[in-house]
Structures are given as C-alpha cells and as structure tokens.
Design a protein around this ligand. Structure first.
Ligand code: ADP
Ligand code: MG
Length: 235
C-alpha cells in the first residue's frame, strides 16, 4: 500500500456492476445494465457494439464526464463513482484526455490556443502552458500548423489538434469515442498510426469504433451489447 492507502498493483480502471439509467420523460432508459470491466495501465482497448448499446455512456463515465446511477468506478484505486462535479473536473484535468468524433475544437481559436485551454483550466502557468501545447502539437505532427484555425485545417489535422489537446496535460488515460468516424479511410489510418505510436510510448488508450479494421489496432477487443460486456478478448 502507498501512503495514500492505495494498492500499487491495482487496475487502472475498475468498473463493478455499473448501471446508468437516463430518464426520458416518464420512461427509464437503461444505458448500462450492471457492467463489469477491469483495465490495466498500458492497455490498448477497442470497444465495439451496436448503436445505442451504451458505448458512449461507458466512455463518459470512464472519462469522468458523468457518474453511474449505481455501481462502483475506481480510477487508479480512487472511487470516483460519487464524486461531485468539481472533484470530477479535477480528476479529469489531471488524468484524462478525451477525443471526440466531431473534434470539438473552438472555431475562432488557433490550434495552439485550443491545446492550451485545458492547461489554463488546470492552472498551468503561461510559459509552461505554451511549452506543453507546442510539444503536444509537435508530437501530433502539427509543428507547422500551430497558428492555424480549425477552418484552415483538414479533418485529419483537426483531429490531430484534438489529440494534442487530450495529451497536453500528460493524462494517464487517453479516451477516444469514434475518433475516425468523421474521416475518410486514409486519414483514419493516419490517426490510428498516431494512436499506435502513443500506445507504444506507454499511454493507456481506449477507443470506441464501428470499424473492425480500426479495432484491430488494439490489443484487446471488448464488445458491448445492451449495456453489458458481451465478449472480451485479446487480439
Ligand atoms: P452508443 O454510444 O453505443 O450508441 P449511448 O451510450 O450513446 O450508445 O446510448 C445508450 C442508450 O442510452 C441509448 O438508448 C440512448 O438513446 C440513451 N441515452 C444516451 N444518452 C442519453 C441521455 N443523455 N438522455 C437519455 N437517454 C440517453
Ligand atoms: Mg456513441
């Protein structure tokens, strides 16, 4: 046990009997129905499953954007299932990098400013912020595009800005919800090559995809059906 009372050999992610119920009018939607999943540090995991099976709900909970209705989620040994919004935001800032299908960049801001923003929220001082943002953009192959706005960049370059933003605060966990969903297949291949490289550097990567060819980049494939894990295999 460490000084914080946390075992060192524990899973990075430990989801136990996680349920998420959304209220839609008078109707309850069971997005997750008692899902169990354990992931170790350094894994490269693809999540697949039919539309509506709960993949995004799972990613939002894993990424501390949302909390389960019931069940336990331990991230790095810390129970985050009942954390309030402030504490969740704090965990997110320190540990999570999130990449979305639609990039979610600020349209009026340069690539550099988009990447600096989460560091600003995290309280990183200006010079270090600039340094880390430039570093992350360079790792993502955008050293010569830092002053460009999203509309001056291709889809693949926009997604690389979003990946740089996710990497800027050195997260322990990189999450991507259908990161190649809005890209043509060649550009998607480039983005997957970048995830492969980030995994090879030691990052833990979890990505949701509809495409078997994208999933094949991972070392583990988890299929979700009706809000639970249907299959879980090494690939
Ligand atoms: P997937 O990403 O696998 O397509 P989601 O996790 O987005 O699935 O959704 C799982 C189920 O939960 C779906 O039935 C969806 O309509 C429902 N759902 C997702 N988010 C909400 C929400 N904010 N409010 C109500 N229902 C939701
Ligand atoms: Mg989804």
């Amino acid at each position: 046990m460490s000084e914080h009372g946390v075992a060192k050999d524990q899973a990075l992610i430990d989801l136990v009997e996680v349920r998420k119920i959304y209220q839609r009018g008078n109707e309850e939607v069971h997005a997750l129905s008692g899902l169990d999943l354990r992931l170790e540090r350094g894994e490269y995991v693809a999540i697949m499953g039919p539309s509506g099976s709960g993949k995004s709900t799972l990613m939002n909970i894993v990424g501390c954007l949302d909390t389960p209705t019931s069940g336990i989620y331990r991230l790095d040994g810390v129970d985050v299932s009942d954390m309030n919004a402030n504490n969740l935001a704090d965990v997110r800032n320190r540990q999570i990098g999130f990449v979305f299908q639609t990039f979610n960049l600020l349209a009026r801001s340069t690539a550099l400013h988009n990447v600096e923003l989460p560091l600003l929220y995290g309280g990183t001082r200006r010079r270090l912020r600039r340094e880390r943002a430039e570093d992350a953009l360079t790792r993502c192959g955008l050293a010569d595009r830092m002053d460009h706005r999203p509309n001056e960049l291709s889809g693949g370059q926009r997604q690389r800005v979003a990946i740089a933003r996710a990497l800027a605060n050195s997260p322990s966990l990189l999450l991507a919800d259908e990161p190649t969903g809005n890209l043509d297949s060649r550009t998607g291949d480039e983005i997957m090559a970048l995830f492969d490289a980030l995994h090879a550097e030691g990052n833990t990567v979890i990505l949701v995809t509809h495409e078997e060819s994208v999933a094949q980049h991972a070392n583990r494939l988890v299929r979700i059906r009706d809000g639970v894990v249907a299959t879980d295999e090494r690939i």
